[in-house]
Design a binder for this molecule. Structure first.
Ligand code: 9MR
Length: 363
């Protein structure tokens, strides 16, 4: 008898229907798996919503929790976009985490003007924003990236912002000095005593010299915060991986363990993969290389004590890796750096995540 052809999974998010999604597979091993989502798509694209519901135990807004979305004009708060995600979370009983109270991007013009008006004014707008947002979201969002991307990039990395200090030269730093990080964390704790306060950053994942130096800067910042008694519960390691960078599983695991030894939780918050400038012509080879890196990265994180893993989107169709001209490929190809392809079919990176979760004992 001829072997029947393998069924082609439908491009409707039900790819692999019948088999459990990453959210379920993760929970069996004590790992919460989630993804960044956009509320507009959850409401209008059933196939997208079905994929998210099938795969993610945890959601984070891709832009709806940022300042420009929540307070586009001073004192005029707009929770409608975030509410779309919160409603989806309630309907499907999924956790939602918050991202991000203080960031140097997605800042409305009025905020930049206010910050330039001096430290008192800067402090007042920060306090008002944190108070209103946390009060409004406290019933459903128990975990916020309070400060995002505050460590300065290091010369040699492909990011152009390398500056003189160890903290990023941002409007917040210029308005309030380095103490703005302490201030934001303290204000968040005062407003909501049991909220999990997270410092989220990127660029400490690889084994390149600039990444190791950024890792050192992050550790110095975190130790300083804890020594000063600043409330901090967790560090989010974004995990925007690049195949052109060397990676050491042992080194990364040690980095996670060092953070854990300070009493902090460590989350992988924005995992995706940018492929190297020169890629293999063969799709299967490309996918295998990405999957191998992801398995190695996530397994090392889990071995170090990470128990929350989020990807920055699920499929190429929605990914900033294809949309953002700063990171999109210039050779006409497209990065294949998420667990689902453009047709929303599982690819080897999906299996790599499942395999990484399976390195932990079943519960
Ligand atoms: O992926 C996000 C993109 O859709 C937004 O336009 C952009 C600005 O709000 O932010 C992107 O998300 C970033 C995240 O908030 C912080 N880490 C880097 C992410 C990719 O740029």
């Amino acid at each position: 008898m001829p072997t029947p052809p393998a069924p082609t999974p439908p491009a409707n998010g039900a790819a692999g229907a019948g088999t459990p999604g990453l959210g379920v597979l993760g929970l069996r091993r004590g790992v919460t798996f989630g993804t960044a989502v956009q509320g507009g798509w959850l409401d209008t694209e059933p196939a997208y919503a079905a994929m998210v519901a099938a795969e993610a135990a945890l959601l984070v807004p891709e832009w709806e929790g940022k300042w420009s979305a929540l307070q586009p004009q001073e004192g005029r708060f707009d929770f409608a976009p975030l509410d779309r995600i919160l409603r989806f979370g309630l309907r499907h009983r999924r956790q939602v985490r918050g991202h991000a109270l203080v960031w140097h991007q997605a800042m409305p013009d009025w905020l930049l003007t206010a910050l330039a008006e001096g430290p008192q004014r800067a402090r007042a707008v920060l306090e008002a924003h944190i108070a209103t947002v946390l009060d409004r979201t406290r019933r459903q969002v128990r975990d916020w990236d309070v400060v995002n991307e505050v460590v300065a990039d290091v010369a040699g990395s492909d990011t152009p912002q390398a500056g003189p200090g160890e903290l990023r030269d941002s409007p917040w730093l210029r308005a309030l000095g380095p103490g703005y990080i302490d201030l934001a964390l303290r204000l968040a704790r005062e407003r909501d005593a049991t909220l999990r306060l997270v410092l989220n950053d990127y660029g400490t994942e690889s084994d390149e010299p600039w990444s190791l130096e950024k890792r050192r800067r992050l550790m110095r910042l975190v130790r300083g915060l804890l020594e000063r008694g600043v409330p901090l519960d967790a560090v989010g390691i974004q995990g925007h991986l690049q195949m052109s960078e060397r990676f050491s599983p042992e080194g990364f695991r040690a980095h996670v363990e060092e953070l854990r030894s300070l009493g902090l939780a460590v989350l992988i918050t924005e995992l995706d993969v940018r492929e190297a400038p020169r890629i293999a012509p063969d799709i299967a080879q490309r996918d295998a290389a990405v999957a191998e890196r992801v398995q190695s990265f996530v397994a090392a994180g889990l071995a170090g004590g990470v128990r929350t893993v989020l990807t920055w989107g699920l499929s190429d169709r929605e990914s900033w890796l294809l949309r953002d001209p700063d990171v999109a490929r210039r050779d006409g190809a497209q990065h294949r750096g998420l667990p689902f392809d453009e047709e929303r079919r599982r690819r080897p990176m999906w299996q790599a995540l499942a395999d990484a979760f399976a390195t932990l004992p079943e519960r």
